[in-house]
Ligand binder design. Structure first.
Ligand SMILES: [Zn+2]
Ligand SMILES: [Zn+2]
Length: 195
């Protein structure tokens, strides 16, 4: 942690999921396990004032920076999140659909294999479990045109608790100098490292 930053920057999470339901886009930072997500909520996010939560997206080529922070009623536990992530179709959909507001939740991301899921679970290849070999040592996809050799899927579990975010901005790197949060994040986590 840099001592000249007023914020504690946190990037020990997997990524961000974007889901549309509850009539609003949901933005879900994902942790390695559910317990970590729950603890982070209790320690940090719970104390955030909803109206002060800021989310910034800064696109840099094929990747983007996710940056999030807020004023806290428990200052000593406050942490701001950032992560450099590859652009994805989910991200694009969120960008188009968010209209400046989203629900913030936390969740966990885990990989599941054939033995872990129901018959209609969808593999990353796009075909369901039933369409894969049943054998113990072989779970190749049965679709001829598909070269998937192993059933694998991911599961996202979300905490029920949520907060409403109404301050979301998409910025270019040249615009961040006018944004306190994004500027601080880049200063500490990008520009400082280059020195
Ligand atoms: Zn498959
Ligand atoms: Zn397949």
């Amino acid at each position: 942690m840099s001592s000249d930053s007023p914020y504690q920057w946190f990037d020990d999470f997997v990524g961000v999921a974007y889901r549309y339901y509850d009539l609003r886009m949901n933005l879900v930072p994902l942790f390695h396990d559910f317990k970590k997500a729950r603890i982070f909520w209790i320690d940090t996010i719970k104390w955030w004032n909803d109206h002060s939560i800021k989310i910034r997206f800064v696109e840099t080529g094929d990747t983007y920076w996710f940056i999030m922070g807020a004023e806290s009623r428990m200052v000593k536990n406050n942490r701001f999140l950032f992560k450099v992530l590859p652009k994805s179709s989910h991200y694009d959909r969120f960008k188009k659909g968010q209209e400046g507001t989203a629900y913030l939740r936390l969740g966990s991301y885990s990989t599941k294999f054939k033995k872990d899921v129901k018959a209609d679970a969808k593999c990353n290849c796009g075909h369901i479990k039933e369409d894969h070999e049943e054998g113990k040592d072989d779970d190749s996809c049965l679709f001829e045109e598909c070269d998937c050799k192993k059933f694998e899927t991911f599961q996202i579990n979300m905490l029920k608790k949520k907060k409403t975010v109404t301050d979301i901005k998409f910025l270019t790197e040249t615009e961040i100098k006018d944004d306190v949060l994004a500027w601080n994040c880049f200063s500490v986590n990008k520009y400082a490292e280059k020195k």
